[in-house]
Ligand binder design. Structure first.
Ligand SMILES: [Zn+2]
Length: 110
């Protein structure tokens, strides 16, 4: 009997959780806590480019060789290894895995 009760509680919890998720278009105030947490995933991938503050550019460096990077179009380019780090929605993605070679960057649509 105890086991059955436990199962019931678990099922009830899941139902509450499911209801709380609700449709994302719901704007009756109860969703505010979820909306403000910013956990919703964007529908489309962030697009290249956007404004990057000069103060940020001044302190960013290539994660591989620690050389300063310079903005070229939608990329931050390392002065030494010439990796092209993409800027997505104004956020420089300083990850070696995400970096492109000069040739790859040139082949990307603007
Ligand atoms: Zn580098």
């Amino acid at each position: 009997m105890k086991r059955l009760l436990l199962l019931f509680v678990a099922a009830g919890g899941a139902a509450v959780w499911w209801r709380r998720r609700g449709p994302s278009s719901q704007t009756d105030g109860s969703m505010d806590a979820f909306g403000a947490s910013g956990v919703t995933l964007p529908d489309a991938p962030p697009k290249l480019g956007g404004e990057v503050a000069q103060e940020l550019l001044d302190i960013l460096a290539c994660p591989d060789d620690k050389e300063p990077v310079k903005r070229e179009g939608n990329y931050l380019v390392c002065a030494r290894c010439h990796r092209h780090y993409p800027i997505r929605d104004g956020i420089p993605v300083m990850l070696i895995d995400e970096a492109l070679t000069a040739e790859q960057a040139a082949a990307q649509p603007a």
